[in-house]
Design a protein around this ligand. Structure first.
Ligand code: ADP
Length: 334
């Protein structure tokens, strides 16, 4: 995975946990979510009952896991962590649910990737704090109802649209996380730098924030790469020019585009005259798998307003030509 991937690698999870804000007050940005969630939690605590189930939706790296941990921390309850892909059989879920303690927070990441039978078991658990455990097979199978202690489910998904309606309806509160502004990412870089004991200037933090694609995880990762550069090639202080030189080395440009993103734009404009061109053809031209182009490069290019997905194929926008320093061709198909 590249340096601007929004997904965390396994090694990275360890360092990430050291950088996570622990309370709502420590959270940077996401002000609306913080205010709403703060109210929901405070009200539940004053009633002495677990709060409603919470759904967190938004792209990877914006703070869903962090928020789940904050919720448990603010409620002073234990936290259990699992994920949709880890729950393939309803029995896996029954085992988790029946071992929860009263008021515990269950974090279910990638909830849209759970199996159907597990999903149906979850409906009942969320609503009635009860599951039916099926014992035996075939005509002799019997369902044994099992009470589970009241708990709070915190579900996370990158695509709330993929969630079946009945599941979505069982969440009392849904928080949509938005991409961060550069100024917020700058603050996140400052905060992380302090925890990592790295001196960073305001300009340096701004430069890293501006190239982080609106994503907290990427800001933290770029900071670590710039720190490496500052230590080895400079005086250890993260300044604007250090950040620029380091990120040039790692091929992350002023907008956060990496080598693959630029290769896609380049091929689209220079080889295919701005398109429209099919995804498969474009992928071959940059020597990548279709899926990599579609899922890794395109979403950010679309967000930047450089690429359009049309029924006839991929097209470069006038802004894409400008980004490459090229004139928009007069015969472009706009
Ligand atoms: P997600 O679960 O949405 O993929 P995470 O919660 O794992 O994202 O966050 C990724 C990294 O970004 C973590 O290291 C976390 O410390 C940092 N982070 C996320 N949101 C914030 C925030 N609002 N303020 C500071 N750091 C954040």
């Amino acid at each position: 995975e590249g340096v601007v991937s929004a997904e965390a690698s396994d090694d990275e999870r360890v360092i990430e946990s050291a950088l996570r804000p622990r309370t709502l007050d420590e959270l940077i940005g996401q002000n609306r979510v913080r205010d709403q969630l703060g109210l929901v939690l405070e009200a539940a605590m004053s009633r002495g009952k677990p709060p409603d189930h919470v759904l967190l939706s938004g792209p990877p790296g914006l703070g869903k896991t962090t928020l789940a941990m904050i919720i448990a921390n603010e409620l002073a309850t234990p936290l259990r962590i699992t994920s949709g892909p880890a729950i393939q059989h309803a029995g896996d879920l029954a085992a988790i649910l029946s071992s929860l303690s009263e008021g515990e927070v269950l974090f279910l990441d990638e909830i849209h990737r759970m199996s159907r039978p597990a999903e149906e078991m979850l409906y009942m658990a969320m609503e009635d704090f009860r599951v039916d455990v099926v014992v035996g097979k075939g005509p002799g199978a019997t369902a044994i109802p099992l009470e589970i202690p009241p708990f709070t489910l915190v579900g996370a998904t990158t695509r709330s649209g993929l969630l079946p309606g009945p599941l979505r309806d069982r969440f009392g509160f849904t928080a949509h996380l938005d991409y961060y502004e550069t100024s917020e990412l700058q603050q996140i870089v400052h905060r992380s730098a302090k925890l990592l004991d790295v001196p960073v200037t305001d300009d340096g933090a701004h430069e890293i924030g501006a190239r982080s694609r609106g994503t907290a995880r990427i800001a933290n990762r770029l900071l670590r790469r710039v720190r490496d550069f500052a230590q080895v090639r400079s005086d250890g202080i993260v300044r604007e020019d250090t950040a620029r030189a380091a990120l040039a080395l790692f091929e992350v440009d002023e907008l956060g585009l990496d080598r693959l993103d630029r290769a896609v734009l380049d091929a689209l404009c220079k080889r295919f005259g701005g398109g429209p061109v099919g995804l498969g053809t474009l992928a071959v031209a940059v020597g990548e798998e279709r899926e990599t182009v579609e899922e890794v490069a395109e979403p950010f290019l679309v967000r930047c307003g450089y690429l359009q997905r049309t029924p006839r194929g991929r097209m470069a926008t006038p802004a894409a030509w400008k980004h490459l320093g090229l004139a928009v061709p007069v015969d472009a198909a706009y």
